[in-house]
Write a protein that binds this ligand. Structure first.
Ligand SMILES: [Cu+2]
Length: 706
């Protein structure tokens, strides 16, 4: 009797401890300097390391995480894929207040799930600077297989803000670095001239699978790593997390096939493949075998195939995974041309493409010419459990993913997050989102705070995910039950797309409002401020015939630009525009502006054109109004009238890529003014340039680009 009582006491004490196990972590966020590729650069470290430390929990624990911000600016941390109360979700100005400089924030929430997750900053571009780490939740019954976390990321030596500004500027330096400019010269040599013209006729930018050129790809913070000690024949579970800001990775392993057993933290019925693509922010658990006493490469190659990163499993002679050949961009361009209609809409050719089953990019993969490779797609993912939603009224939302590469503007239904308001969802309602991707890029769409089902043909066993990768032209459907109150962010997880406005907020009202946000004045405007940012850029040509500055300041709807010409004899010309885009595709804008000039008589080219006329005719200062429209082949037209009633029509083309580094600009107007300019790009900021201008004559020199 006494023994039994003792046993009961022990037993209940044990289960009490299990249920209440509090796991505390302290994260110290601070600035640091790193050197990943021969150049030191600023970064953000947590507890002195990049990636941030791996946080390990067991399902049923309570997490208590103290985030100590040691930086001189605000920060935030979001727990990616975790089901938690809204005020613990970590989105500044939406679910809580940002963590102020030198302040500490305590997160506390129960761990109600298991699997492979991660955490990262949700403030500006801090994630790209290194603020990300793995978050692993073990099952209550421990796994018997050895396991190893593989946290992938991309690294740039540039400041992330500079990266975003370059993208907004449509500066094609990254394309030059990647060899993906798809210039006219290359098109002619490779027999794709017609394809190139058709592409530009449809006002499509060069074909590309990624926007940014990175200096390094990393596995757990290093380019190459030796994995855990494994014996020949042993299996290992790799918890692969794509913590990069904008890079998708191909995963390949030299030693065996890949057995996929979980996705985004949720178990799936095991599926065996040769290779797979992991989208930005996705996680996959993959089991691989070390077949013998050699060392085998597990390799992650960036989707644009410029760089890769590896871990080595096993001991002994190195066996390499295959190197993926460079992409055949013109083949991809040709495919895209056939899909894209003139009005900018995708023509799905009567097919309903979905769940990554038909990869249009396959035309760019030369490795597909030899042999059958089984590549993972979403239709292969099957949940081991019934994931059907409870019977409830269903709200259907249609989201068309849209974008403009020229302005690097990303949106849903042609509207950025900042131009919408929260989407109200009733508690207990089912929400079905039908997504259609009308852009030329993939987008990893992420939902905060809960999982959605992907309707992938598996019926009741449709897999649960929190990131949906949607390829160009695809239509995918996801659904979830609105069980959790609060404001939940749904956005593209490519950091630079999110910063440009590609997202929405689902709002499930609560009788108890989120206290963290209630106290913040104008929280919504602070939340969307990133996409309203102004971006400045400049080209300044300093040449033998004068100085030619072009300046531009732009945001989501507006652009202010000014161009000038100034020579050593005192001649001066300037033209400014303050314009607003007025159509969805951002081809049409209206402007008010000015045109001011003082042309000296001894301006030779000018004399040839208009004769030796008195100064009065060559001086003017007028106010203008006009419209600009971007025609096929990226021809910019401009019709304006000035306050004296004079009408001018102008036509021009900028940045025509003749070779990888040579660009042509040309402009002509009905006042018989014209300019032809050539630029040979040496480095991002510097070009050799030459031009011939109707007023300023011929000259050469250098152009600074900012
Ligand atoms: Cu995106």
């Amino acid at each position: 009797m006494r023994n039994l009582l003792f046993f009961i006491l022990i037993f209940s004490a044990n289960s009490f401890v299990n249920a209440q196990k509090l796991v505390r972590y302290d994260l110290f966020v601070n600035d640091t300097t790193v050197n990943y590729s021969g150049k030191s650069a600023k970064a953000i470290a947590v507890n002195g390391q990049i990636p941030a430390p791996t946080l390990i929990f067991t399902e049923g624990d309570t997490a208590e995480i103290y985030v100590h911000n040691l930086m001189n600016r605000t920060t935030s941390i979001h727990w990616h894929g975790l089901i938690l109360p809204n005020d613990q979700d970590g989105v500044p100005f939406l679910t809580y207040a940002p963590i102020k400089a030198h302040a500490t924030f305590k997160y506390k929430f129960p761990i109600v799930q298991n699997g492979t997750y991660w955490y990262h900053a949700h403030t500006e571009l801090q994630e790209q600077s290194g603020l990300y780490g793995a978050l692993i939740i073990n099952k209550k019954q421990a796994d018997t297989l050895p396991q190893f976390t593989v946290l992938l990321s991309d690294w740039t030596n540039e400041k992330p803000k500079e990266v975003l500004r370059s993208l907004k500027q449509a500066n094609d330096w990254y394309g030059i670095k990647k060899g993906s400019t798809q210039n006219y010269g290359e098109a002619i040599v490779k027999g794709f001239f017609k394809t190139k013209v058709e592409n530009e006729w449809k006002r499509m930018f060069a074909m590309d699978v990624s926007d940014v050129y990175y200096d390094a790809m990393l596995t757990n913070g290093v380019k190459e790593q030796t994995g855990p000690k494994l014996k020949p024949g042993e299996k290992v579970k790799l918890r692969v997390i794509n913590g990069s800001s904008s890079t998708y990775f191909w995963l390949q392993y030299a030693g065996s096939k890949l057995t996929v057993v979980a996705n985004d933290g949720q178990d799936v019925v095991p599926v065996v493949v040769n290779r797979m693509l992991i989208a930005v922010a996705e996680t996959y658990d993959v089991i691989v075998t070390v077949p013998d006493d050699r060392s085998y490469e597990f390799k992650a190659t960036a989707e644009d195939r410029t760089k890769s990163t590896s871990i080595w499993l096993g001991d002994g002679m190195k066996i390499f995974a295959p190197t993926l050949p460079t992409l055949k961009y013109f083949e991809g361009m040709k495919m895209m041309n056939s899909m894209m209609k003139f009005n900018g809409k995708m023509d799905a050719m009567g097919m309903q493409m979905s769940n990554q089953q038909m990869d249009m990019n396959t035309v760019m993969y030369s490795e597909m010419e030899s042999g059958e490779l089984v590549t993972l797609n979403y239709a292969m993912l099957r949940s081991p459990n019934n994931t059907s939603l409870p019977k409830a009224p269903t709200k259907i939302l249609n989201f068309t993913l849209t974008g403009n590469m020229n302005r690097y503007q990303w949106s849903i239904n042609n509207t950025t997050l900042g131009d919408t308001s929260k989407i109200l969802i009733h508690k207990g309602e089912n929400v079905r989102v039908i997504l259609n991707n009308q852009t030329m890029m993939r987008h990893p769409m992420h939902l905060h705070g809960q999982f959605f089902r992907v309707l992938n043909g598996q019926g009741e066993y449709s897999p649960l995910k929190n990131v949906l990768d949607i390829m160009p032209m695809e239509t995918d459907t996801i659904e979830f039950a609105a069980n959790y109150t609060g404001d939940w962010f749904f956005h593209c997880h490519i950091l630079y797309h999110m910063m440009s406005g590609m997202g929405r907020v689902f709002s499930v009202p609560d009788s108890i409002p989120n206290k963290e946000v209630a106290g913040i004045k104008n929280s919504w405007y602070k939340f969307i401020k990133d996409e309203r940012m102004w971006h400045f850029s400049a080209y300044i040509a300093t040449q033998s015939n004068g100085v030619f500055p072009k300046l531009m300041l732009m945001n989501r709807h507006y652009v202010f630009d000014g161009m000038g010409m100034l020579n050593y004899m005192g001649s001066f010309e300037s033209e400014t525009h303050f314009a607003r885009y007025i159509d969805h595709r951002q081809f049409l804008k209206i402007y008010v502006g000015s045109d001011y000039r003082v042309l000296m008589q001894h301006s030779e080219a000018h004399l040839e054109m208009e004769g030796d006329t008195p100064n009065s005719a060559n001086n003017r200062g007028v106010a203008t109004v006009g419209i600009q429209y971007l025609l096929p082949l990226f021809i910019q037209t401009d019709l304006r009238i000035d306050h004296t009633g004079h009408v001018r029509f102008q036509i021009g083309r900028n940045d025509l890529a003749i070779t990888n580094r040579l660009r042509l600009d040309a402009v002509w107007n009905t006042d018989y003014e014209y300019e032809i300019a050539l630029r040979y790009i040496l480095i991002k900021r510097l070009s050799l340039s030459a031009n011939f201008d109707s007023h300023f004559g011929a000259g050469g020199g250098i152009t600074f680009t900012y």
